[in-house]
Write a protein of this length. Structure first.
Lengths: 388, 249
């Protein structure tokens, strides 16, 4: 049992925090107000080679593990970049792992280096309006025609689709009534986001305005067969492999945003004098902050344990889910507590914590809701009957 | 041309240092350490000279405990080619460091040594000058601009009241001031490459230097707490207070 970062991991954390210090609070506030993608931040991470952190060296990356990617994503959020900064690079860092694991050598050589070099930008299109969290029920169809697939359907919540030119797409290749198990018959593609066949419409949401989320209306999109990742009909299982790493990264990002909120609130509580004393001298202010700190660090231990297990090749589903759950809940409490600590100023955009509060609800609800995680833990850990 | 860049492991500049309760020094246990910021500027300058083709090899040197290797790694990740750790128990004084660097300069024959103008922990501002004296080389301290041409280093120095430009016949010593450049952040591929770059470990005795301290610290105390300011009603009152209370005019 060793609870400390390795020298490399510490180095990654320090370097990312330094790197992000060039993009200060005003930068993120402005991006959020204008709802403009942080292109220069994204480019700076491309230039620093950070998008390739978990991509093998032969495809232009650095070949490090999920733990290192987790440390990096957390440091981005914690720097004050919040979920805006983290989400801007989350998809290339995490979702390309399915290509790394299941793509052919030719696909990897074609698909990975352009993302690491910043030439291609990728989004991840799974969720659908009529399926929700019940992913095997997705309706988007990919039908074979003349050595290619023709895709029709609708996607929702697809982040960065406004700026991406590539997408990972999950679609049904065999209709649900013709498969043995519901998880069969889905296929995964890495293909062009062809705007002549896909109508991308922005969803106006609560926060993280700079990183868009969208509805996709797909009409007769042609996907060449060589863009299919893994065997036909196996797409859902390939996606499942990526779920735990995604939960780990999201959990770490949530801890990061919670930490910056608490740090900011603690500083304010030390400096703000009311009734002739710093407000932080009142235990009504101090204790909730201390409690949030303890909760966040406990959540972080669970998240990092999951990352460590994953990189060792061990089962980590329980820890990844529990870590993401704890991080999501505690980050929310931390951001909310931070806002209350700042009093009226907590509600002013210039003090940044209201932005964190709006953003921290994303890792709380996505990519999987707290309810579904508790369903999973109840069933898998406690052996309770499945409720749905 | 080779270039030597000494780098010191110091308390990170973001850390609020605390004096130890026994007043023998500042608390270092559990405190975040980093490369001295002025040394980062020195490394950056060396890397830029290498990118311009003026320098062929950059050697980063640190004198200190084993963990100073991490500081050397940081320099390697920024673009230094190899490292030398001169391993000692405690952080030695400027004269000992200067003697060690002289021994290394004799061994490596660099055309240039760029140091930070001072370390932010002890603020000595002495090592570069002592090294220049020991080697008998010219020095351009507090540099805010460096140009190398035909065996001459032209250094713009930040002095009281303006900038002084000096031309040094190389080999020479330069110490870096804050405005010389803005150091880069290491890229991930360079951090990875740095892991494979060699670091030699030697002891001061191997270089014929005794690093034992010549100074003994009597006492370290917190600076006095800042007093709250006073508000004055008129210029006359201000002048009166400056003259009679503060006694500064
Ligand atoms: C900001 C943001 C960005 C996103 N980005 C992407 C993206 O890039 N790509 C992508 O594919 N998706 C993305 N998503 C989608 C996300 O991953 C979730 O899958 C999605 O929000 C959940 O689907 P839904 O809204 O239809 O929820 P529903 O499935 O309709 O669920 C609604 C509610 O009912 C609860 N519920 C449902 N069934 C049960 C049950 N059996 N027991 C208990 N409770 C239950 C859920 O927990 C939830 O609270 C994003 C979402 C958000 C908010």
């Amino acid at each position: 049992m060793d609870f400390s970062l390795t020298t490399d991991q510490q180095n990654i954390r320090d370097t990312i925090l330094k790197h992000c210090s060039r993009f200060g609070d005003d930068y993120w506030l402005a991006r959020d107000r204008e709802a403009i993608f942080p292109h220069d931040f994204y480019k700076s991470l491309v230039d620093g080679g950070w998008l390739g952190i978990a991509i093998p060296a032969e495809f232009g990356g650095s070949g490090l593990g999920v733990t290192e990617a987790t440390v990096m994503m957390q440091a981005i959020a914690e720097s004050g970049a919040g979920m805006t900064g983290a989400s801007s690079v989350h998809i290339p860092v995490f979702s390309l792992q399915t290509v790394v694991l299941f793509g052919t050598e030719a696909q990897k050589a074609r698909m990975l280096p352009p993302v690491v070099r910043g030439e291609d930008q990728v989004c991840f299109a799974v969720t659908e309006p009529n399926a929700g969290l019940n992913t095997t029920e997705i309706k988007t169809r990919a039908e074979r025609r003349d050595g290619a697939y023709v895709v029709n359907g609708e996607k929702i919540w697809i982040s960065t689709a406004q700026v991406a030119n590539k997408m990972l797409l999950l679609a049904r290749t065999t209709p649900l009534d013709q498969v043995k198990r519901k998880a069969d018959g889905l296929s995964l593609f890495y293909t062009d986001l062809d705007r002549s066949r896909i109508d991308v419409r922005l969803i106006h949401k609560m926060g993280r305005h700079a990183v868009d989320s969208n509805m996709l209306f797909i009409e007769n999109l042609i996907v060449p067969e060589e863009d299919r990742i893994g065997p036909e009909g196996e797409g859902f299982r390939l996606i499942l492999h990526g779920l735990n790493p995604e939960r780990i990264l999201i959990g770490a990002e949530a801890v990061g945003i919670g930490r910056v909120a608490i740090a900011r609130a603690a500083r304010y509580a030390r400096e703000r004098i009311v009734f002739n004393r710093p407000i932080g001298m009142n235990q009504g202010i101090a204790h909730p902050l201390a409690k949030c700190w303890a909760q966040l660090e406990a959540a972080n231990l669970m998240v990092m344990k999951a990352a460590t297990l994953y990189d060792r090749g061990e089962e980590c589903g329980v820890e990844a889910n529990a870590g993401k759950y704890l991080a999501g809940e505690y980050a929310f409490e931390a951001c909310h507590t931070a806002m209350l600590t700042l009093g009226g100023m907590g509600y002013a955009q210039e003090y940044h914590v209201e932005r964190y509060l709006r953003e921290c609800l994303i890792p709380r609800t996505a990519p999987v809701s707290p309810h579904m995680i508790l369903n999973f833990l109840a069933e898998k850990v406690l052996g309770l009957p499945k409720s749905y | 041309m080779k270039i030597l860049v000494p780098v010191k492991r110091v308390v990170d500049y973001n850390v609020k240092v605390r004096v130890k309760s026994d007043q023998t020094g500042v608390e270092l246990s559990g405190v975040k350490m980093a490369m001295n910021p002025f040394d980062e500027i020195a490394v950056e300058e060396a890397v830029r000279l290498k990118e311009k083709g003026v320098v062929t090899e950059i050697i980063a040197v640190s004198v200190g405990i084993t963990a100073s290797q991490e500081t050397i790694r940081t320099a390697l990740a920024m673009g230094a080619d190899r490292g030398i750790l001169v391993e000692t128990e405690a952080s030695p004084e400027p004269l000992a460091v200067a003697k060690i660097l002289k021994a290394l300069a004799d061994r490596e024959q660099p055309g240039l040594i760029i140091l930070g103008k001072q370390a932010i922990d002890d603020d000595m501002n002495a090592t570069g000058q002592m090294l220049a004296a020991l080697l008998g080389w010219p020095q351009g301290t507090f540099a805010s601009k460096v140009d190398i041409e035909d065996g001459t280093a032209t250094v713009k120095r930040e002095v009281d009241g303006g900038l002084e430009t000096v031309a040094l016949t190389m080999p020479a010593i330069i110490t870096a001031d804050l405005r010389l450049n803005e150091p880069r952040y290491a890229s991930l591929p360079n951090i990875m490459k740095a892991r494979k770059k060699p670091i030699d470990v030697v002891k001061p005795a191997d270089l014929g230097v005794d690093p034992a301290p010549r100074l003994s610290t009597l006492k370290v105390v917190e600076p006095p707490k800042r007093q709250a300011g006073k508000k004055v009603k008129s210029v006359a009152e201000l002048v009166d207070k400056l003259r009679n209370e503060a006694k500064v005019i």
